[in-house]
Design a protein around this ligand. Structure first.
Ligand code: MG
Length: 315
């Protein structure tokens, strides 16, 4: 039997190429219960690069005491020096100016800040309200861009919030405008609890466009909690978005939903894109093998349908 693969049949109204922003090492491992040794993380990132991923969010320079899974950020980043000059981008998350100092000292060339659209999540996750957190990010973004380091702005809870319920597009456009005006090069729209459906995606992208935030400045970050991540992604592609966040093997639970599924699995995304004839430059089989290897380290099977479907038969 040959290795299964989708039959490529392009559909109208879609981009020829999509850039995958791989978030497995940071967003994925941050939200896994197990703490992975730094050498395994470094090998993971190297394997992701070898599979053809060109943007790999490596880690977060948060306070080491705050997220034990990411306490090795300095050490890990130091183990990735051989990827410099290979064309692989290794952005890191930076929570504040102290984190930025550490990142710049390490030679980081690209960073991200993590904002919330809703007041409740801002307070729960960042320990301060939306306004105060944006005020905290402003000098981070200014200093980074001044140093020639582009900044991605994450917007979490763009489609629903576990405490507040519905999130209005106007809440998202307000925070999006602030982050762009601050100097962020790209914004990633996060469905942090995975509740979005395609009509909502269309409505939000239309609202952002009307607010002067074009699709070419946007990425989408869907979670598969309710099985909607691919439908939402396809909707965003139809509206001109060409950057999609995903985590190899579907790494990362969702801390606010009692479900094993968190981030959209990169392999599930690849199966769809390959079927649509959309270029990504990523080798699906190689990536799935990497996710099976990581699943063995985490002691739980990958939640990705594609990773499981491609698994060699148990002997
Ligand atoms: Mg995520």
């Amino acid at each position: 039997m040959s290795t299964p693969a989708p039959s490529p049949v392009p559909a109208p109204g879609l981009p020829a190429r999509v850039r995958i922003h791989e978030v497995g090492p940071r967003d994925g491992l941050q939200n896994e219960a197990a703490v992975v040794p730094v050498a395994v993380k470094a090998e993971f990132i190297h394997r992701l690069a070898a599979a053809g991923l060109t943007t790999i969010e490596a880690t977060s320079f948060v306070h080491p005491g705050r997220v034990p899974q990411l306490a090795d950020a300095d050490e890990l980043y130091g183990m990735l020096g051989d990827l410099t000059g290979t064309g692989v981008r290794l952005p890191v998350l930076v929570p504040n100016e102290r984190g930025l100092d550490r990142a710049l000292a390490r030679g980081v060339r690209e960073i991200a800040v993590f904002a919330s659209v809703t007041e409740s999540f801002a307070r729960a996750n960042l320990g301060r309200g939306v306004e105060e957190s944006l005020a905290m990010f402003a000098p981070v973004v200014a200093r980074a861009t001044g140093a020639g380091v582009p900044v991605r702005g994450y917007l979490s809870m763009c489609f629903g919030d576990p405490w507040e319920g519905d999130v209005r597009p106007a809440q998202v456009t307000a925070v999006a405008r602030r982050l762009l005006d601050m100097g962020c090069a790209e914004l990633s729209l996060g469905d942090t609890i995975g509740v979005a459906t395609p009509g909502q995606v269309t409505a939000l992208l239309a609202a952002l466009d009307a607010a002067g935030v074009p699709a070419d400045r946007l990425a989408v970050h869907f979670h598969d909690t309710y099985g909607q991540a691919l439908a939402n992604t396809l909707t965003a592609l139809r509206h001109g978005v060409t950057t999609v966040d995903a985590a190899a093997g579907g790494l990362g639970g969702c801390p606010f939903a009692k479900s094993a599924t968190g981030n959209l699995a990169t392999e599930d995304l690849l199966w769809m894109l390959r079927g649509l004839g959309i270029e990504t430059g990523v080798d699906l089989d190689r990536l799935a093998a990497t996710s099976r290897w990581m699943a063995a380290h985490l002691g739980r099977p990958s939640p990705s349908r594609t990773v499981r479907a491609l698994a060699p038969e148990e002997s």
